[in-house]
Structure formats: C-alpha cells, structure tokens
Ligand binder design. Structure first.
Ligand code: C2O
Ligand code: CU
Ligand code: CU
Length: 537
C-alpha cells in the first residue's frame, strides 16, 4: 500500500493532567483502552490499544523529586487482536489472553512499582500474575532529569502489547536544567519513532508464522518470529509526518519505540544533530553528529538548528539502517528510508535559547571500585519447534537467579556477543555507564568458551559517555558496562529490548540483595571479581 509521505502534520502528544495533587503526591489515573486511530489520512482507521485512548500515550511530566502515583487501569477487551503464541513462557492457553503491566523504562523505582513481567493483571484487576502487588505505582523521580518512557511489559506478550500501541513518554525536569535555557515550550518536541505494517483495511498487521527447517507437526500457530519490522515509519502515531519549523533551534527528544528496527538517522540538508542527552539525561557536553544510530528503546535528546535554512526549504530525516541491524536488507529509500519532514517557515520572534558548551557534570565510574565482574553471553540456539531462540548466558527467563548484585556496589558486566546481530541490552532500576567495546574471536569462544581478544578496547563515542539504560552490544565485541545497583533491593529484570527477543527468551531476572557482604580478598582492584564473598549466596 503506497501512502503519500509528508501528507499529515506531526501530532504532539498532549501532557497528561493529574487527577489530584494532595499532600505532596501528584496522582494520575491512566486507562488502557481499545480505540480506532488514523495513522495516515489515506489509510482507514486502525484498531489499536493505547493509554487514555491515545497513540502514543499522553506525556507525563514530572519535576525531579516530585512524588508521582499512577493507577494504570486495564480497560481492554478480554481478547487480544494480535496473534498470541501460546507456546512461549508465560503465554500458555491457561493464561488470560489480555494481560498488562506498566514499566517506566529508565526509572529508579521500587520493585513493586517496576512493572515486573509476572506482575500483570487483567481488566478491573480481576486476575493477577504471581508477582502482582499494588494497583497504584509510585514514582519518586529521585534521579537526574531525563527522557523516560512507559510501556507494557506483560510476560510473553510484551511485543504485541507495545505494537498495539501501549507506550508513551515520561519526562523528568529540574531547575538546573531549565537554567541552561535549551529550546523549550513549543520548541521542545518528543519524537516517538515506530514501524508498523497495515492490512488493506487499515488494520495492524503482525506476522503469525515463521519458516523454520523441519518444523515438527505440532508447530505453534500463531508463532512468534525472531523479530518484526514494519514497512511504514510512524512518528508520534502518524506515518511519515511533516512538521513546520521556524528558523531557529529546536530540541527533539527522540525515542525508538519499535519492536526490532534500528534507525540510522540523518538530515538530507547535510545538517548535524547536536546531541545533548542520552537515556539517563544530559551529556556533559553537546556532541555534533552527522548521523545517529538509535536502537529499540534508546533515547537521544538532540537540538537541530534551522536558523540558517531558507523559508520554504523542506528537510527530510532519513534512515539508512539495515534490518536486521546491521547486516540485513537496506531500507527502501522511498519508504522505510524516510522518517519525517521538516518545513522551514519564518521565525516568530527572537530565538533566545542556547546550547551551552557545558551541560551537566558526569562523574565517570572508576572500574577499580567494582566489586564484581559478570559475564553475560548471548547465545543463539533453537527451541523445541526448531525456531531460533536467543538466550542470555544460556539461561531461560524461568531459570533461577544468577545475577544478584549487592545494593550500592559497583559491578561491571561484560556483554559477550558471539552471534551476528546487534542486541540492545536494557537493565532495570539503574542507569549505567559504557566502559568500552573489545573485539574478540567468536569462533574460538563458541568452540571453547575462551575469550580471545583480537584488538584493543574501543572507548565509547562521545554521545555514549553519559548515562545509559539500554546499550547496543554489537556482534563480535565484548561490551563492558558499569553500574551501581540501588537504592532499592529486590527483584527486577534485564533483557534484550528487541521485543521478540525479550519475549522469547532473552530476558533474565535480577535480584538486588541487601548489604551483608564481607571482603575476603583485601588486594582490591587487581582481583576485583573475587574481592568479596557474599553471605547471601
Ligand atoms: Cu523498556 Cu524492561 O523495558
Ligand atoms: Cu526498563
Ligand atoms: Cu536481542
């Protein structure tokens, strides 16, 4: 179906109004509903699910330190409109079809409010998963100002619930950031980039099957695939929209809310992006980039300066990322190679905003402070039905806890990608720092389990030297991240954010333990990984 690009204006999700503000608590109620949404003026309406009957959901704005409570209300029908695969963990025939639980991605919250995959619930909270605890989630917002997002996280159907539309932005602000005088108000715009495929009647298409060699007779129908990519790029719920921009600076908070698709974004005017922030808030200094590669769930906070563009100029944001990233088919320059268009119009008043050379202080972790190093390998195997199965350290989601960091302690995780595809790895509760990426001999690793490095560690590029909660772990590299777990103890998860991988079965539980550990090796840094013995184990 050929849709005319740049026909519809970019919608800007409205900011959600609280239900009440009392005794230091801002209280919201958010309903999940089924409704019909127009993705493009040449398309019939599509059945979708969204928060407050909006796609993407309304933006929630919070001040740093503001205590926000949200009751996420499931008002969805009992039947899913997308194909459920009953063969994957937690999605069996014995489960209610429509389960939801909301995760605020990138937020530092207690486990009971984190949206644990097994903490799902059905309409009216009639049925609840084993880890369901509260109807109202608490967000203390005690973290740096940042672009977060909320999305569904129900076990075994996250890919379908998010694709159906259950996602929205959540922005934390503070005085210090406001004082920087970055473009704001009408000139600060969220861009939620997703990909969809539509049937002729306008309904959302999601694949129901996958080809595998020698499928067994009981091959699941519908079946999950190793990753969905749509043929239509949608920004803030519109396919290939346009935005009128004045001759001045704009701040765009870009989120990749797609299931599997990575984007390599650039501007056909040859202009650069000025990246000012990453997942966990502002960078130390702005970084100028000709292109940005954004993986599912990453956020890139960028300024684009249209000051010197002539009125009437049209600038297209393009995408050149191959799918699967970065070895599959290149995007079609007429369709998936296009994201959106900017139309330059005259400036309405002075542009008094600025992009200071110093944005915020980022204190880098010292890796000698790490008390533990963990190796997480990315394994590719097949399941009972001969389908591709991606695992973390050869464990399935349901296997016991292997990652049990101690609260307050610094850990280094070595993400060992011995496969052929990039995986964006996300860790809940904390923001981490990227230390480096080192190439290694994947054949040797796959044969013997030995890590043989084949080159020097590569330091992260400047735009990855801030705080991150999702990191691109490229094939053939060991990506090292450092994080201090806390302030909360309890059960969380970490996983690949390609949603089909997360559902099957590239997700693991993670238990942050209270402090009860004794040092057994006073040598410190040299043998960091053995420096402590944890009495909890
Ligand atoms: Cu954005 Cu655990 O996910
Ligand atoms: Cu998350
Ligand atoms: Cu993955």
């Amino acid at each position: 179906m050929a849709l005319t690009p740049f026909l519809d204006p970019l919608p800007i999700p409205r900011v959600l109004k609280p239900k009440e503000r009392t005794k230091g608590v801002t209280y919201y109620e958010v309903k999940m509903e089924e409704f019909f949404h127009k993705f493009h003026s040449e398309l019939p309406e599509s059945k979708v699910w969204g928060y407050e009957a909006q796609l993407p959901g309304p933006t929630i704005e919070a001040e740093q330190g503001e205590c926000v409570h949200v009751k996420w209300i499931n008002n969805l029908p009992d039947e899913h409109f997308l194909p459920i695969d009953n063969s994957i963990h937690g999605a069996g025939k014995d489960m209610p079809q429509v389960r939801t639980v909301v995760h605020l991605h990138g937020a530092e919250v207690e486990p009971d409010s984190d949206g644990y995959p097994d903490a799902w619930y059905t309409r009216d909270f009639a049925k609840c998963g084993p880890r369901f605890a509260h109807k109202i989630y608490k967000y203390p917002n005690n973290q740096r100002p940042a672009t977060l997002w909320y999305h569904d996280h129900a076990l075994g159907i996250t890919r379908l619930n998010v694709y159906a539309g259950l996602a929205g932005m959540y922005i934390i602000r503070n005085e210090e950031e406001r004082a920087l005088n970055l473009p704001s108000g009408r000139y600060e715009i969220p861009l939620v980039i997703q990909d969809k495929t539509f049937n002729e009647d306008g309904s959302l298409f999601y694949p129901t099957t996958v080809n595998v060699p020698n499928p067994p007779p009981d091959f699941p129908n519908p079946s999950i695939t190793p990753g969905f990519t749509g043929d239509t790029i949608v920004v803030n719920g519109k396919a290939w929209p346009y935005l009128e921009v004045e001759q001045r600076k704009y701040r765009f908070r870009i989120l990749n809310g797609s299931n599997q698709r990575f984007y390599r974004l650039s501007l056909d005017s040859g202009q650069q992006f000025i990246q000012i922030g990453s997942d966990g808030g502002l960078l130390q200094r702005p970084v100028r980039l000709d292109e940005i590669v954004i993986a599912p769930s990453e956020r890139m906070d960028v300024v684009i300066d249209f000051t010197n563009q002539r009125v009437g100029t049209n600038i297209v944001m393009t995408n050149t990322a191959r799918i699967p990233f970065d070895f599959g088919a290149p995007p079609d320059p007429q369709t998936t190679g296009l994201v959106m268009q900017f139309r330059v119009i005259e400036r309405n008043g002075e542009d008094t905003s600025s992009v200071p050379q110093f944005l915020s202080n980022i204190k880098r972790y010292n890796e000698c402070d790490a008390s533990r190093i963990r190796d997480i390998s990315f394994d590719v195997t097949t399941d009972n039905f001969n389908r591709l199965l991606f695992l973390l350290s050869n464990h399935e989601y349901m296997d016991g806890i292997t990652e049990n960091p101690i609260v307050g302690e610094l850990e280094i995780w070595r993400l060992i990608n011995q496969g052929i595809a990039f995986h964006p790895i996300h860790v809940h509760q904390i923001q981490f720092q990227v230390l480096d990426r080192t190439p290694f001999d994947t054949d040797a690793y796959n044969l013997t389990g030995q890590l043989l490095f084949t080159g020097e560690p590569e330091l992260p590029p400047a735009n990855e030297r801030g705080w991150k909660d999702t990191i691109q772990a490229p094939p053939g590299f060991v990506t090292r991240i450092a994080m201090r777990f806390g302030p909360y103890t309890g059960r969380y998860v970490y996983h690949c954010h390609i949603l089909e991988h997360e559902d099957h079965d590239m997700m693991r539980p993670l238990e942050v333990l209270p402090k009860k550990c004794v040092p057994v090796n006073p040598d410190g840094c040299k043998n960091c990984s053995e420096a402590f013995l944890c009495l909890n184990e």
